[in-house]
Design a protein around this ligand. Structure first.
Ligand code: ADP
Ligand code: MG
Length: 463
């Protein structure tokens, strides 16, 4: 395959859609888009496999939008996703891509929130539904959702949905879709269950697979040999030596995550953990704080971190070596994206040397070993994240928008816009990242002042 740039303009897309893509800064297709869009736009069923962060969302979104008739008030496309965060990310991307067309309604239907408001939204009509299989099933069973007019069914992160035991729910949903439809299956890996899914629910699908090809000049990989006693402590040594602003530390188990979190916090690092046992609201808070750069280290299992679109990662630390070389390649592919450099640092004990051998085989070259003793703190200052997060009690329910918060901070309170980072508005809360140097002051002034003409409760989130 060649690496020649392929502009979106070579696709049969409307002029408005092309102009919108340009506005979004999407000029060239990513490789998976270039490989899958011509097939999907031609109406064929498709199985597409490419790593996280390769642009799969736009690949299926552009295809389903191209077939959509905005004047027809019926659900014409359904995207199944494994988790609510992923469904939210997909919904946002579809909305951005749909801006070219007027009045396309996209609705997210996931568990963990009450059914009734969702049912009410469905009554108002939606063109596109994005949701988790369980909740979609619930709506189908209650008759609040009809798929009779569906053209396109998308299974996004299919491998992850299978991991989470959604096979039966997916099957039930697929059986309620019209037989005459297009089915698009996207996945980062290709476990056995995918073949089973595709045999049952796809018709003569085309398969597109992009091999992992990491730019080695961007990801610098180093291995450190540790004893079991040294392992958790070594993570802090790596952080102090390399001083990455944002790091994901991958562990093989939830227990390891918990232990590492304790060790890192005791050492004064700002760390948060992402694992399956968190409540939805807690997961949201963790992801928001990590993405807005007010948390240095996200400690996670593979399952919990899969699929999340987290940009700007200076380092990935493999606290344990994964038994699956393909997972290793995935983990480290999260750093060194775009034009940034990244470190992929791995800790391995004698017992894990077999797994390291598997990685060397998969990569087609030996790994590079470095001694722990070479790790020296690069500064005597503790590693702190550049930002802190303020939580404002009040969100979409109170009709707060990011501009209201930015206005309150840069207007009356007098802060410089360059000190304000990401602002996330959720249903009941708003999170704003501010430069560490102004955090206390911002807390005080926001608490004393008003947002959207109202007094608000604000707190600093110290993890
Ligand atoms: P995946 O689903 O494969 O993990 P995403 O669809 O989440 O990947 O895309 C990763 C990031 O790349 C997103 O932030 C998205 O906005 C961006 N992106 C996707 N396609 C393009 C493109 N053609 N040009 C520039 N950026 C893109
Ligand atoms: Mg995706």
């Amino acid at each position: 395959m060649t690496d020649k740039a392929r502009p979106f303009s070579e696709l049969p897309l409307s002029t408005a859609a092309l102009a919108n893509l340009t506005q979004l800064g999407y000029v060239e297709m990513t490789p998976i888009q270039a490989a899958s869009l011509p097939i999907a736009l031609a109406g064929r069923d498709l199985i597409a496999q490419a790593k996280t962060g390769s642009g799969k969302t736009a690949a299926f979104s552009l295809a389903l939008l191209a077939r959509l008739d905005a004047r027809r008030y019926a659900v014409q496309a359904l995207v199944l996703c494994p988790t609510r965060e992923l469904a939210d990310q997909v919904t946002q991307e579809i909305r951005r891509l749909a801006r070219a067309e007027e009045n396309i309604k996209v609705l997210t239907l996931c568990g963990g929130t009450p059914m009734r408001p969702q049912t009410a939204s469905l009554e108002h009509g939606a063109h596109i539904i994005v949701g988790t299989p369980g909740r979609i099933m619930d709506h189908l069973e209650r008759g609040s959702l009809s798929l009779d007019a569906l053209n396109t069914l998308v299974l996004d992160e299919a491998d992850r949905m299978l991991d989470m035991g959604f096979f039966d729910d997916i099957a039930k949903v697929a059986r309620q879709c019209p037989k005459e439809r297009q089915t698009l299956l996207f996945s980062a890996t290709y476990p056995e269950g995918i073949a089973k899914l595709s045999q049952q629910f796809l018709r003569n699908p085309k398969e597109v697979k992009l091999e992992e090809r990491h730019d080695n000049s961007k990801i610098r990989q180093r291995f450190y040999e540790v004893t079991e006693d040294e392992r958790l402590h070594a993570v802090g040594m790596l952080l102090n030596h390399y001083r990455p602003v944002s790091t994901i530390a991958f562990c093989n188990t939830k227990n390891q995550c918990r232990d590492l979190l304790d060790v890192l916090r005791a050492q004064g690092f700002h760390a948060l953990a992402l694992h399956g046992e968190l409540e939805q609201r807690e997961r949201d808070q963790v992801l928001i704080q990590f993405a807005n750069r007010s948390c240095s280290v996200l400690v996670a299992t593979d399952v919990a971190a899969r699929g999340l679109d987290i940009a700007q990662l200076e380092a990935v630390i493999n606290v344990d070596v994964t038994p699956d070389p393909e997972v290793h390649v995935h983990r480290i592919g999260r750093t060194g994206r775009a034009d940034q450099d990244g470190w992929a640092l791995s800790l391995a004990s004698m017992n894990e040397m077999g797994r390291v051998g598997g990685i060397e085989e998969a990569q087609g070259r030996d790994v590079e070993w470095h001694p722990l003793s070479g790790l020296k703190p690069a500064s005597d200052q503790p590693l702190l994240p550049p930002m802190e997060t303020l939580q404002i009690l009040g969100g979409r329910k109170e009709k707060i928008r990011p501009g209201d918060v930015l206005g309150a901070l840069t207007g009356e309170a007098g802060f410089n816009g360059s000190h304000i980072g990401k602002i996330n508005v959720t249903e009941f809360s708003t999170y704003v990242a501010v430069d560490r140097s102004i955090a206390r002051d911002a807390l005080r002034k926001l608490s004393a002042g008003k947002v959207k003409g109202k007094k608000v409760k604000v707190r600093l989130m110290d993890e």
